[in-house]
Each structure stands twice: as C-alpha cells, then as structure tokens.
Design a protein around this ligand. Sequence first.
Ligand code: MN
Length: 291
Amino acid sequence: MKIALFDQYQVGLVADSQVRDVTAALGVSDREWPWAFVPRMIASFAELRKTLEQSAERVVPLALSQVQLRPPVPSPTKIVAAAANYQDHHQEMGGGSLQGEVFLKAPSSVVGHEATVVLPNVPGREIHYEAELAAVVGRPMRNVAAARALDYVFGYTILIDLTVRGKGDRSRRKSYEGFTPLGPWIVTPDEIPDPQALSVRLWRNGELRQDGNTRDMVFTTAEMLSYASSVMTLYPGDILTTGTPAGVGAVQGGDRVEAEVERIGRLAINLQAPPVNAPIAEPGLHAEARS
Ligand code: MN
C-alpha cells in the first residue's frame, strides 16, 4: 500500500498513477493543525487498514498529476539521520573510521514532492544533494534490538538530505528551510520485504549522479533504528534516514533534482537561488554582516 498526503492534507491511497481520497474513513479532522492526525493514523494503522482499503474502492480516483503531494509526514517529532553509512560515500568524503553515528535534522525543514527549495545565502559554501532510503516509525520504539527493529517500521519513503558542506554543526548545515524533501508517499513493508535490497539513484538536471544500492549500507536500517532507539524514544511518524551512496555533488538555483528508490517511486524538487537581499546564514559571517 502507498499512502500519500495531498492538497489540503487529505489522505490518499496511491495506485496506477492515481490517488483515492480516504480521509473521510479516518473519522478525524483538525482544521487548525491539519497534519497533526498523521502520527495518530500511523499509530493506529493496523486497525484502520481494512477500512481505508474499503473506502478507497468507493471513491472516484484523481490523477496524481492533478494533485499537490504533501510530505507524507509533515511534522515528525524528529528526523534521525545516519552520518556516512555507505563505504563509497565515506571514501569520497575523506574516509576515516565509520562508526554508524546519527544526527538530527530539524522537522521544520521537511517539504514534499515537487517543492521549490529556495537556497540559503551561504557564501563560499557548496550545497549538496544526498539521496536516501528513509524508514517511518510505526509505534513507540525504545531500546529495541536490531532483530526486532523492522517490526516497528510503518513504511518506507525517500528523503533528499540537502546539506551545506564544510565546517560547522551538522544539525545546522542540514536543517535549512526546505532541506528535507520527503516523499512522494509511504510504502508499507509488505511491498518492501527487504529494505537492504533496493537501488537508490539520483539525477541532477536529468543526469544520473548517484547509483547505489541499500545492500551496500555499512549499518542496516534495522541496526540504525535499534541504535537510535537506544538513545531516544522513536515515536510514530518519526523518520530514520539511512545515509547516501557515492556521487554527491553541488546544486544551484535552477537545478532539478530527482531521487528514486526501487519499489517506492521518485521524489523531485526544484532549487531556486536565494533572493539578492537574503541574510547571510553562516556562523561568523552573519555577525560580520550585522556590524
Ligand atoms: Mn545524509
């Protein structure tokens, strides 16, 4: 099953380039904070699944091309990200010991399929794409062994981990506005029996730049989830993104970036140069600019 959010945060089931609106079957609505129901839906999905499937049979499908897809989890409590988890990417970044570390990306940086990401004003710095497989947590997860970790996965999606390269704290360099494109939807694990056997590819302006496979991760999705759960409780809707294969590179305004993960689909974004009056968003430099 492929689950999407679209237009005014309606919930849709995706099949054959169509989406079927099953929002009514959820029995919840919140006009003030329309996406707050998403973690609740994820947490209770086992009971909801049948109802949603039956509801989908009764509604008129919409063409995917006619809706605006939203990030499938618009407001996760956190995004836990693997720091260098493919040996070939680790080598291109300079190597050293690879320990399976994690860091956090700001939830406010999440955007959806076909988003336009306005690049920050970071003089002299490159901004890179990183195509990644991401797992969406389905129920609270704390100190879970790797052997059981995939039982806690609600589904899988694609994440582009946009990154300002160079010195400085990762949590800032990877949390600029729009730096976490997510989607286009979530695919449930029955369609992805083995998350360690998926091709991961990325095109910049139509040119293939990354061409890897999740089998080449140093630490598996299950191992990363297990480790993260030993640090903090992972909640329904939280995202664990698993690192990127080799081939990262810089983007600039006007670029189009498309990331594809086998069995999930393709997530596309468009980059826009910062406006001429954009504040400098780098440590040190922002203080100079102010004085
Ligand atoms: Mn990354």
